[in-house]
Design a protein. Structure first.
Length: 614
């Protein structure tokens, strides 16, 4: 039985629209023939498919999708793995409905002859993606599809048991950040990782150019120790701290590590016993009486029900002998910044002094940025806690009017990150320090993570450096941390695919600041989609279960976020005192989500970030 004239008209119109999309996809492939010729053979299909995806997503398909669905056709919402196959399948089904298959057969045969080598169907695309994930990240863990990458703390260089516990809890990759420690520590960490489980892969981050605030003058050398009090001011737990060396930072009240205050006479603690009384006059000229609660040859644990301010040189008096408080570290100072204040960034890295007049100065670790910044550009400090706008750019400086801070002021410390989302920074992703670190990285790592990558030239530079070191088979992961890097991702993928083992990390910390928190959700989705189209594995990173790793208890939002990581091929955890608990929780979450989540189904509005000017 034939179809009615009205439906025939609808189907014909749909076919023309889908065919136009397919033609644009093939044209995009043809125009990139030179770039495709440089791609590794195993990535050719993914590179072609990513080009098709980019061409199709240059259009807003939200009107087309429900019209396709209404006719019982694919809405194209799951086309990432095999774009051309999806489009062609829709066309063939429409042709069957129109009884025009014979008239269209020649066209389809011509497409097949031209594209069999590189065009894949969705199932093949998924298999290729998983094959690339295995090559880069290792075998898929039992019971879950996403691997777990864990950032190694400095203690991993000396604590083999910690590394073993991480491995036993479910760690699949260990991440060593070259911004910290040094080659000897990295080698020690790598040795413990290999000893714990030879199947665990090692990923090492090149630090990249770090745009940070300069130093602040140190404050006074003083320690404040106070008891705990209830709402009525009554002492519920006395102040507890050690004079002397202290027995390995022993536990104080309520399980918290007790403060250790040095003394000038190392023999003095050995002369005291439990119950002895120590008197002193503190930095505020207040007399304080302390009681020895525990005595060892190297230190005494004392208690006091009053707040004590201790500075070097304060005399400690007892019935048997006196001692003097030794040298103390200076208090770390901060700039307290309010909305409406003026902050001057300067190339001068001399430690700055805090002020209370609303006009602040602080150094900038990368003074080259002053040549790129323009009046009106936004500036963010410390993961977006402080926001401002550039008002002037005199030589070697920039003045910034603060537009966002807490009502009672936000503290800004030295060595805090600076983000310039509106500024095209003229700098490369690989620093001289990174080049030096790379000699150790190629010795130890399975994967190198490239930080602050902004364009294909950065990727090519790393590939050349690896080739010079005869390390072309080491995996490369691009960390997408900036708007510039996000917008250049399609071109960077084509360059990246000249390497066999490749991946992309969504570094959501800096990326959230750069894009704006309100846009982060859609940006991370778009990266997932494009990488799926390219058959390139993704690492879901930054602040995953951070509260659990740091304090032992996750937030509800963090659990939901961790569950969303199942759509990636790997999820990264940062270090923390409860990292083993975090690994166990994450593996359980990912295992439970495996039966519920498989990438996505979406409405396909136009993606403007990756399109050339039309």
């Amino acid at each position: 039985m034939g179809i009615g004239a009205e439906r025939r008209s609808r189907l014909t119109r749909l076919r023309d629209e889908v065919e136009a999309l397919r033609d644009e996809a093939l044209a995009a492939e043809s125009s990139a023939a030179d770039q495709l010729s440089e791609v590794q053979p195993e990535h050719r299909a993914g590179a072609v498919n990513a080009l098709h995806y980019r061409a199709v997503r240059a259009h807003d398909l939200r009107d087309l999708q429900p019209r396709l669905a209404a006719e019982g056709l694919s809405s194209l919402g799951r086309m990432e793995s095999g774009v051309l196959a999806n489009l062609t399948a829709v066309i063939r089904i429409i042709d069957d409905a129109l009884a025009e298959t014979e008239s269209r057969a020649a066209d389809e045969h011509e497409d097949g002859e031209r594209t069999d080598q590189t065009h894949v169907d969705p199932d093949e695309g998924k298999d290729m993606l998983e094959g690339n994930a295995v090559a880069l990240l290792g075998d898929q863990p039992k019971g879950r599809s996403a691997r777990v990458m864990v950032t190694m703390p400095s203690a991993a260089a000396t604590d083999a048991e910690l590394v073993h516990d991480c491995a036993s809890a479910g760690m699949n990759l260990a991440r060593i950040n070259c911004a910290h420690d040094g080659p000897d520590a990295w080698r020690a960490m790598a040795g413990h990782i290999r000893d714990a489980d030879r199947d665990i892969r090692i990923a090492m981050d090149l630090a990249g150019p770090k745009l940070r605030t300069g130093p602040i003058e140190p404050g006074p050398k003083v320690v404040k120790i106070k008891p705990r009090r209830d709402a009525l001011g009554r002492v519920t737990s006395p102040a507890r701290f050690w004079f002397g060396d202290g027995p390995d930072r022993s536990e104080g009240a309520a399980g918290s590590p007790a403060e250790v205050v040095p003394v000038d006479d190392h023999d003095w603690p050995g002369a005291l016993t439990k119950g002895d009384v120590i008197t002193l006059t503190d930095a505020r000229e207040r007399t304080r009486t302390l009681t020895v609660d525990q005595a060892t040859p190297h230190g005494v644990l004392v208690t006091c029900d009053r707040t004590v301010y201790l500075t070097p040189g304060i005399v400690l008096r007892t019935d048997s002998a006196d001692a003097v408080v030794g040298d103390l570290p200076p208090v770390e100072q901060t700039l307290r910044v309010f909305r409406g204040d003026i902050l001057t960034l300067t190339a001068d890295m001399t430690p700055t002094a805090p002020t209370g007049d609303g006009e602040h100065r602080i150094g900038c670790s990368l003074p080259d940025i002053f040549d790129s910044v323009a009046v009106g550009d936004r500036v963010f400090f410390d993961d977006g806690k402080i926001e401002g706008t550039v008002s002037t750019v005199p030589d070697g400086e920039m003045t910034i009017e603060i537009t966002r801070a807490k009502s009672n002021g936000t503290k800004l410390k030295g060595q805090k990150g600076i983000n310039l989302p509106d500024t095209a920074l003229a700098m490369t992703a690989i620093t001289d320090e990174d080049v030096t670190a790379l000699d150790t990285v190629v010795e130890l790592a399975d994967v190198v993570n490239l930080s602050f990558v902004q364009g294909p030239d950065d990727v090519a530079a790393l590939q050349r450096l690896l080739e010079e070191r005869d390390a072309t088979d080491i995996g490369i992961v691009l960390k997408i941390e900036t708007v510039t890097g996000f917008e250049a991702l399609p071109e960077m993928l084509l360059q990246l695919m000249r390497t066999r083992r490749v991946g992309v990390m969504i570094a959501r910390g800096d990326l959230a600041v750069e894009t704006g928190f309100e846009r982060l959700a859609e940006v991370q989705e778009e990266i997932l989609w494009l990488c799926e189209a390219a058959h390139v594995p993704v690492v879901w990173a930054t602040q995953v279960l951070d509260s659990l790793a740091d304090r032992g208890l996750p937030t509800r939002a963090e659990v939901t976020d961790a569950a969303a990581g199942e759509r990636a091929e790997c999820v990264m955890l940062n270090k923390g005192p409860h990292i083993v608990d975090a690994i166990e929780a994450l593996t359980e979450i990912l295992s439970r989500m495996r039966g519920h989540v498989d990438k996505k189904r979406t409405l396909m509005r136009r993606l403007g970030a990756w399109q050339a000017e039309r």
